[in-house]
Design a protein around this ligand. Structure first.
Ligand SMILES: C[S@@+](CC[C@H](N)C(=O)[O-])C[C@H]1O[C@@H](n2cnc3c(N)ncnc32)[C@H](O)[C@@H]1O
Length: 282
Protein backbone atom coordinates (compact mmCIF):
# COMPACT_ATOMS: atom_id res chain seq x y z
CA UNK A 1 0.00 0.00 0.00
CA UNK A 2 1.12 3.52 -0.76
CA UNK A 3 2.46 5.54 2.18
CA UNK A 4 1.86 9.28 2.46
CA UNK A 5 5.30 10.23 1.10
CA UNK A 6 4.89 7.93 -1.91
CA UNK A 7 1.42 9.38 -2.52
CA UNK A 8 2.79 12.95 -2.40
CA UNK A 9 5.57 12.11 -4.86
CA UNK A 10 3.10 10.38 -7.16
CA UNK A 11 0.62 13.30 -7.08
CA UNK A 12 3.37 15.84 -7.75
CA UNK A 13 4.27 13.80 -10.82
CA UNK A 14 0.78 13.06 -12.21
CA UNK A 15 -1.27 16.18 -11.37
CA UNK A 16 0.46 18.49 -13.90
CA UNK A 17 -0.17 15.86 -16.60
CA UNK A 18 -3.89 16.24 -15.85
CA UNK A 19 -3.89 20.07 -15.80
CA UNK A 20 -4.20 19.96 -11.98
CA UNK A 21 -2.02 21.53 -9.28
CA UNK A 22 -0.40 19.98 -6.20
CA UNK A 23 -1.04 22.89 -3.74
CA UNK A 24 -4.80 22.35 -4.18
CA UNK A 25 -4.44 18.69 -3.24
CA UNK A 26 -2.11 19.02 -0.25
CA UNK A 27 -4.93 18.94 2.33
CA UNK A 28 -7.08 16.34 0.55
CA UNK A 29 -4.30 14.01 -0.56
CA UNK A 30 -5.34 11.26 1.87
CA UNK A 31 -8.74 11.01 0.19
CA UNK A 32 -7.07 10.61 -3.21
CA UNK A 33 -4.51 8.25 -1.60
CA UNK A 34 -7.32 5.91 -0.40
CA UNK A 35 -8.76 5.79 -3.92
CA UNK A 36 -5.31 5.08 -5.34
CA UNK A 37 -4.85 2.21 -2.88
CA UNK A 38 -8.19 0.72 -3.93
CA UNK A 39 -7.13 0.99 -7.56
CA UNK A 40 -3.81 -0.74 -6.83
CA UNK A 41 -5.76 -3.65 -5.27
CA UNK A 42 -8.14 -3.82 -8.28
CA UNK A 43 -5.19 -3.92 -10.66
CA UNK A 44 -3.12 -6.30 -8.51
CA UNK A 45 -0.24 -3.81 -8.34
CA UNK A 46 2.20 -3.54 -5.40
CA UNK A 47 2.84 0.18 -5.30
CA UNK A 48 2.52 3.54 -7.02
CA UNK A 49 5.72 3.04 -9.00
CA UNK A 50 4.01 0.10 -10.68
CA UNK A 51 0.92 2.25 -11.26
CA UNK A 52 3.06 5.00 -12.78
CA UNK A 53 4.57 2.46 -15.18
CA UNK A 54 1.05 1.27 -16.08
CA UNK A 55 -0.04 4.87 -16.82
CA UNK A 56 2.92 5.24 -19.17
CA UNK A 57 2.00 1.97 -20.91
CA UNK A 58 -1.79 2.43 -21.02
CA UNK A 59 -2.92 6.00 -21.81
CA UNK A 60 -6.58 5.03 -21.19
CA UNK A 61 -5.85 4.75 -17.46
CA UNK A 62 -5.36 8.54 -17.18
CA UNK A 63 -9.13 9.04 -17.43
CA UNK A 64 -9.60 6.73 -14.39
CA UNK A 65 -6.97 8.70 -12.50
CA UNK A 66 -8.70 11.97 -13.40
CA UNK A 67 -11.93 10.67 -11.83
CA UNK A 68 -10.00 9.66 -8.68
CA UNK A 69 -8.84 13.28 -8.36
CA UNK A 70 -12.37 14.73 -8.00
CA UNK A 71 -12.97 16.10 -4.54
CA UNK A 72 -16.62 15.84 -3.44
CA UNK A 73 -16.63 18.00 -0.27
CA UNK A 74 -19.47 20.52 0.05
CA UNK A 75 -22.20 21.71 2.40
CA UNK A 76 -25.08 24.19 2.48
CA UNK A 77 -24.20 27.85 3.10
CA UNK A 78 -20.47 26.99 2.96
CA UNK A 79 -18.39 30.08 3.89
CA UNK A 80 -21.18 31.89 5.70
CA UNK A 81 -19.85 35.42 5.12
CA UNK A 82 -19.86 34.85 1.36
CA UNK A 83 -23.46 33.66 1.25
CA UNK A 84 -24.44 36.51 3.59
CA UNK A 85 -22.98 38.89 0.96
CA UNK A 86 -24.73 37.04 -1.87
CA UNK A 87 -28.10 37.32 -0.11
CA UNK A 88 -27.64 40.84 1.24
CA UNK A 89 -25.89 42.52 -1.69
CA UNK A 90 -25.30 40.43 -4.80
CA UNK A 91 -28.75 38.97 -5.47
CA UNK A 92 -30.62 42.24 -4.77
CA UNK A 93 -28.24 44.22 -7.02
CA UNK A 94 -28.37 41.58 -9.75
CA UNK A 95 -32.16 41.51 -9.51
CA UNK A 96 -32.36 45.30 -9.89
CA UNK A 97 -30.08 45.15 -12.92
CA UNK A 98 -32.15 42.34 -14.47
CA UNK A 99 -35.39 44.26 -13.91
CA UNK A 100 -33.82 47.41 -15.41
CA UNK A 101 -32.90 45.41 -18.51
CA UNK A 102 -36.45 44.12 -18.68
CA UNK A 103 -35.45 40.49 -18.03
CA UNK A 104 -38.09 38.13 -16.67
CA UNK A 105 -35.62 35.69 -15.06
CA UNK A 106 -32.50 36.04 -12.91
CA UNK A 107 -30.17 33.33 -14.17
CA UNK A 108 -27.42 31.65 -12.13
CA UNK A 109 -24.89 28.87 -12.74
CA UNK A 110 -23.36 26.73 -10.02
CA UNK A 111 -20.25 25.10 -11.54
CA UNK A 112 -19.07 21.95 -9.75
CA UNK A 113 -22.29 21.71 -7.74
CA UNK A 114 -21.47 18.44 -5.89
CA UNK A 115 -24.70 16.95 -4.42
CA UNK A 116 -26.67 20.17 -4.85
CA UNK A 117 -25.75 21.88 -1.59
CA UNK A 118 -24.55 25.07 -3.32
CA UNK A 119 -27.33 25.60 -5.92
CA UNK A 120 -30.03 24.74 -3.36
CA UNK A 121 -28.46 27.26 -0.96
CA UNK A 122 -28.88 29.87 -3.70
CA UNK A 123 -32.51 28.86 -4.19
CA UNK A 124 -33.16 29.11 -0.43
CA UNK A 125 -31.44 32.51 -0.26
CA UNK A 126 -33.55 33.76 -3.12
CA UNK A 127 -36.75 32.48 -1.54
CA UNK A 128 -36.14 33.60 2.04
CA UNK A 129 -34.08 36.79 1.56
CA UNK A 130 -34.96 38.31 -1.82
CA UNK A 131 -38.04 36.94 -3.64
CA UNK A 132 -40.67 38.82 -1.63
CA UNK A 133 -39.31 42.15 -2.95
CA UNK A 134 -39.15 40.88 -6.57
CA UNK A 135 -42.59 39.47 -7.34
CA UNK A 136 -42.18 39.91 -11.10
CA UNK A 137 -38.77 38.25 -11.42
CA UNK A 138 -38.32 34.48 -11.77
CA UNK A 139 -35.22 32.69 -10.53
CA UNK A 140 -33.35 29.87 -12.28
CA UNK A 141 -30.18 27.97 -11.41
CA UNK A 142 -28.36 25.59 -13.74
CA UNK A 143 -26.06 23.36 -11.68
CA UNK A 144 -23.35 21.32 -13.39
CA UNK A 145 -20.94 18.62 -12.28
CA UNK A 146 -18.87 15.96 -14.01
CA UNK A 147 -19.85 13.25 -11.51
CA UNK A 148 -23.03 11.36 -12.36
CA UNK A 149 -23.41 9.78 -8.91
CA UNK A 150 -23.23 13.17 -7.19
CA UNK A 151 -25.84 14.56 -9.59
CA UNK A 152 -28.21 11.66 -8.80
CA UNK A 153 -27.85 12.51 -5.10
CA UNK A 154 -28.47 16.16 -5.94
CA UNK A 155 -31.74 15.24 -7.68
CA UNK A 156 -32.79 13.20 -4.62
CA UNK A 157 -31.99 16.24 -2.38
CA UNK A 158 -31.74 14.35 0.94
CA UNK A 159 -28.89 15.19 3.32
CA UNK A 160 -27.40 14.31 6.69
CA UNK A 161 -27.52 16.91 9.46
CA UNK A 162 -23.84 17.82 9.08
CA UNK A 163 -24.42 19.08 5.52
CA UNK A 164 -26.95 21.59 6.86
CA UNK A 165 -25.09 22.82 9.95
CA UNK A 166 -24.43 26.32 8.54
CA UNK A 167 -28.03 26.92 7.42
CA UNK A 168 -30.25 29.12 9.60
CA UNK A 169 -32.36 26.70 11.73
CA UNK A 170 -35.63 28.38 10.68
CA UNK A 171 -34.80 27.71 7.01
CA UNK A 172 -34.26 24.03 7.84
CA UNK A 173 -37.60 23.92 9.64
CA UNK A 174 -39.41 25.53 6.70
CA UNK A 175 -37.69 23.89 3.75
CA UNK A 176 -36.79 20.30 4.81
CA UNK A 177 -38.76 17.23 5.78
CA UNK A 178 -37.27 14.46 7.93
CA UNK A 179 -36.91 11.06 6.28
CA UNK A 180 -35.23 8.60 8.67
CA UNK A 181 -31.78 10.01 9.46
CA UNK A 182 -31.91 12.40 6.52
CA UNK A 183 -33.48 15.77 5.84
CA UNK A 184 -35.05 16.12 2.39
CA UNK A 185 -35.57 19.44 0.64
CA UNK A 186 -39.23 20.03 -0.20
CA UNK A 187 -40.05 20.03 -3.96
CA UNK A 188 -41.13 23.69 -3.94
CA UNK A 189 -37.52 24.67 -3.08
CA UNK A 190 -36.05 22.41 -5.77
CA UNK A 191 -38.00 23.41 -8.84
CA UNK A 192 -35.82 26.44 -9.70
CA UNK A 193 -32.67 24.28 -9.84
CA UNK A 194 -31.84 22.14 -12.88
CA UNK A 195 -28.87 19.76 -12.99
CA UNK A 196 -26.67 18.84 -15.95
CA UNK A 197 -23.74 16.45 -16.38
CA UNK A 198 -20.84 18.52 -17.76
CA UNK A 199 -17.09 18.47 -17.46
CA UNK A 200 -16.30 22.18 -17.20
CA UNK A 201 -13.10 21.67 -19.22
CA UNK A 202 -15.16 20.49 -22.20
CA UNK A 203 -18.51 22.28 -21.98
CA UNK A 204 -20.35 25.00 -20.14
CA UNK A 205 -23.99 26.07 -20.12
CA UNK A 206 -24.68 28.86 -22.61
CA UNK A 207 -25.65 31.80 -20.42
CA UNK A 208 -25.74 34.73 -20.21
CA UNK A 209 -25.76 34.58 -16.40
CA UNK A 210 -26.38 37.24 -13.80
CA UNK A 211 -24.38 35.20 -11.30
CA UNK A 212 -21.86 32.36 -11.56
CA UNK A 213 -20.62 30.41 -8.56
CA UNK A 214 -17.38 28.58 -9.31
CA UNK A 215 -16.16 27.60 -5.88
CA UNK A 216 -13.61 25.07 -4.68
CA UNK A 217 -13.05 23.59 -8.12
CA UNK A 218 -11.26 25.49 -10.91
CA UNK A 219 -9.32 27.95 -8.74
CA UNK A 220 -8.23 25.31 -6.22
CA UNK A 221 -7.47 22.19 -8.23
CA UNK A 222 -6.75 23.26 -11.82
CA UNK A 223 -3.39 24.61 -12.98
CA UNK A 224 -2.97 28.24 -13.94
CA UNK A 225 -3.23 27.76 -17.71
CA UNK A 226 -6.53 25.89 -17.31
CA UNK A 227 -7.76 28.47 -14.79
CA UNK A 228 -7.07 31.33 -17.22
CA UNK A 229 -8.75 29.57 -20.11
CA UNK A 230 -11.88 28.63 -18.14
CA UNK A 231 -12.07 32.05 -16.49
CA UNK A 232 -12.22 33.85 -19.83
CA UNK A 233 -15.01 31.51 -20.94
CA UNK A 234 -16.93 32.17 -17.71
CA UNK A 235 -16.53 35.94 -18.02
CA UNK A 236 -17.95 35.74 -21.58
CA UNK A 237 -21.05 34.12 -20.06
CA UNK A 238 -21.72 36.94 -17.60
CA UNK A 239 -24.07 39.80 -18.37
CA UNK A 240 -22.32 43.22 -18.13
CA UNK A 241 -21.70 43.76 -14.39
CA UNK A 242 -22.67 40.11 -13.75
CA UNK A 243 -21.12 38.45 -10.69
CA UNK A 244 -18.57 35.66 -10.30
CA UNK A 245 -18.16 34.12 -6.83
CA UNK A 246 -15.14 32.02 -5.80
CA UNK A 247 -14.46 29.96 -2.65
CA UNK A 248 -13.24 31.64 0.55
CA UNK A 249 -9.63 30.53 0.00
CA UNK A 250 -9.46 31.08 -3.74
CA UNK A 251 -8.15 33.92 -5.88
CA UNK A 252 -8.27 34.85 -9.56
CA UNK A 253 -5.22 33.70 -11.54
CA UNK A 254 -3.81 37.06 -12.66
CA UNK A 255 -4.36 40.64 -13.74
CA UNK A 256 -6.41 41.44 -16.82
CA UNK A 257 -9.31 39.14 -16.06
CA UNK A 258 -12.03 41.62 -17.02
CA UNK A 259 -13.37 41.46 -13.45
CA UNK A 260 -13.32 43.80 -10.47
CA UNK A 261 -13.70 42.82 -6.79
CA UNK A 262 -16.84 44.23 -5.17
CA UNK A 263 -15.05 44.56 -1.81
CA UNK A 264 -11.50 43.94 -0.56
CA UNK A 265 -11.15 40.56 1.10
CA UNK A 266 -14.26 39.02 -0.45
CA UNK A 267 -13.90 36.64 -3.44
CA UNK A 268 -16.86 38.16 -5.26
CA UNK A 269 -16.20 39.90 -8.59
CA UNK A 270 -18.22 41.82 -11.15
CA UNK A 271 -17.71 41.82 -14.87
CA UNK A 272 -16.01 45.14 -15.57
CA UNK A 273 -17.51 47.81 -17.78
CA UNK A 274 -15.85 51.08 -18.89
CA UNK A 275 -17.21 53.35 -16.13
CA UNK A 276 -16.32 51.27 -13.05
CA UNK A 277 -13.80 53.64 -11.53
CA UNK A 278 -15.40 53.29 -8.09
CA UNK A 279 -14.71 49.57 -7.83
CA UNK A 280 -11.60 47.95 -6.38
CA UNK A 281 -9.58 44.93 -7.48
CA UNK A 282 -8.58 43.64 -10.85
C1 LIG B 1 -14.93 20.40 -3.72
S1 LIG B 1 -16.46 20.21 -4.59
C2 LIG B 1 -17.08 21.86 -4.48
C3 LIG B 1 -18.60 21.89 -4.38
C4 LIG B 1 -19.19 23.27 -4.24
N1 LIG B 1 -18.91 24.10 -5.40
C5 LIG B 1 -18.68 23.94 -2.98
O1 LIG B 1 -17.87 24.86 -3.06
O2 LIG B 1 -19.09 23.51 -1.91
C6 LIG B 1 -15.89 20.08 -6.29
C7 LIG B 1 -16.95 19.54 -7.23
O3 LIG B 1 -16.49 19.72 -8.56
C8 LIG B 1 -16.75 18.55 -9.30
N2 LIG B 1 -15.79 18.47 -10.41
C9 LIG B 1 -14.51 18.03 -10.39
N3 LIG B 1 -13.95 18.12 -11.61
C10 LIG B 1 -14.91 18.65 -12.42
C11 LIG B 1 -14.95 19.00 -13.79
N4 LIG B 1 -13.87 18.83 -14.56
N5 LIG B 1 -16.08 19.52 -14.32
C12 LIG B 1 -17.17 19.71 -13.52
N6 LIG B 1 -17.20 19.39 -12.21
C13 LIG B 1 -16.08 18.87 -11.65
C14 LIG B 1 -16.61 17.42 -8.30
O4 LIG B 1 -17.31 16.26 -8.75
C15 LIG B 1 -17.22 18.05 -7.05
O5 LIG B 1 -18.59 17.83 -6.98
Amino acid sequence: MAADQACIAFLKWCLPELGLRWPGYRKVRRLVGKRLNRRLVELGLDNLDAYRALLLREPGEWARLDVMCRIPISRFYRDRHIFDAIGGQVLPAAATAAETRGDAVLRCWSAGCACGEEPYTLALLWRFAVAADRPRLDFAVIATDSDEVMLRRAEAACYGRSSLKDLPPEWIARAFLRSGDLLCLLPEFRREVRFALQDIRRSMPDGPFDLILCRNLVFTYFDEAVQRHLLSRMVERLVPRGYLVLGAHEALPAEGTGLVAIRHGLPIYRRAVEDQGELVGR
